[in-house]
Design a protein around this ligand. Structure first.
Ligand code: NCD
Ligand code: ZN
Length: 350
């Protein structure tokens, strides 16, 4: 392609992040401003320790996030809150949550990922709560991986579709479902073609990288997340889904900060931190697919449309400019290494 034909700036409706981890306490001061600088709203994951399992806890957590945004000068940033589904989340909590503006309930299969020990051990234990969610039009946000050790790590998402998701959706056909951070061709195809109210979030790192990134020149723990990066054919299927214009696919960074020493560890934590340059990373992925014109709908329209929330009215501008994010940020009393820190990016938020 001729360099001079490439756009130098890109202005789009202000986007939202439909899948975000910000942790709590002093960590908020590092990560919330990164997100609030780019996004109007972010859907906050409830996998704290202990998990966010009540409306009251979610509202209080939301206030702490707002406070961290306000201190940094982003007083209009809106955290959208979720509850953590356990074997014991009572159905009547769903109505309280709905009334309080809680946006979804997150399913972590027990043991699937960071802070998921309180997650669901058997879907049947949640049926009365899912019934209440279906009635209240409360979306179920799904970490779609089986956890049994006999299933290969790289197959856990595909197996989840057949053994968990399809039966679940057959049982609750009117339940709105978001298949979070999809990583495989199977998941993209399922979401594209399934009946009923289903959508998927897609991260920037799963659009940019395949599993080689974890092993290039040595083991690279900052590229380790769950669901883990997959083969190139899967990355390509995700790019096709994200850039294909279907309203069922939208932006969710899954930015998941962990202290440097917990990533660079014999048993390193899963999670990639991308909030420092989220839109820049998505812009790179869409540009590589020659689909920058599809970024706005993916980042700013499909999410609110699925969640029945208004689209944002403001704009952001990305400029073609080379810059290098820092290798590390202060993070509570430790440090946080962003994905691709110290490496040149070619887009920058104005
Ligand atoms: C997330 C985290 O660290 O909270 N980690 C990750 O690898 N994505 C949890 C999750 O979304 O699975
Ligand atoms: Zn996540």
């Amino acid at each position: 392609m001729l360099a001079h034909s490439a756009p130098q700036t890109l202005s789009i409706t202000r986007p939202d992040d439909w899948h975000l981890h910000v942790r709590d306490g002093a960590a908020l001061q590092t990560v919330v401003p990164h997100t609030a600088a780019q996004f109007a709203r972010a859907l906050i994951m409830p996998n704290l320790k202990p998990p966010v399992t009540s409306t009251a806890q979610a509202l209080a957590y939301g206030e702490r996030i707002r406070a961290a945004a306000t201190v940094a000068g982003y007083s209009t940033f809106e955290p959208l809150m979720t509850l953590y589904l356990t074997d014991h989340l009572p159905p009547d909590e769903i109505l309280r949550a709905k009334d309080a503006g809680i946006v979804g309930v997150k399913l972590y299969p027990a043991g699937a990922t960071t802070n998921s020990d309180a997650g669901v051990t058997d879907m049947r234990k949640t049926y009365s709560t899912l019934e209440a969610m279906q009635r209240a039009n409360m979306p179920l946000l799904v970490h779609g991986e089986v956890t049994s050790p006999d299933i290969d790590l790289f197959d856990r998402e595909a197996v989840f579709i057949d053994t968990q998701l399809i039966p679940l959706r057959r049982h609750f056909p009117a339940l709105k479902v978001v298949f979070e951070h999809i990583t495989t061709r199977e998941a993209a195809q399922y979401v594209q073609s399934a009946q009923g109210a289903i959508a998927a979030s897609i991260t920037a790192h799963h659009l940019l990288y395949n599993r080689n990134a974890i092993f290039t020149g040595g083991i690279r723990p900052h590229y380790y997340c769950l669901p883990v990066l997959k083969r190139e054919i899967h990355r390509q299927a995700l790019v096709d889904a994200a850039t294909g214009g279907s309203p069922r696919f939208f932006l969710g960074t899954d930015s998941a900060p962990h202290a440097t020493q917990l990533k660079e560890h014999a048993s390193g934590c899963a999670g990639c931190y991308t909030a420092h340059a989220a839109m820049e990373l998505y812009a790179s992925a869409f540009e590589a697919a020659q689909a920058l014109d599809k970024l706005e709908a993916f980042a700013s329209f499909h999410g609110p449309d699925f969640y029945d929330l208004p689209r944002n009215t403001g704009q952001i501008t990305l400029r073609r400019e080379s810059w290098t994010p820092p290798q590390s940020y202060p993070f509570a009393d430790t440090s946080l290494k962003p994905l691709g820190g110290g490496e040149v990016l070619h887009w920058r938020m104005a």
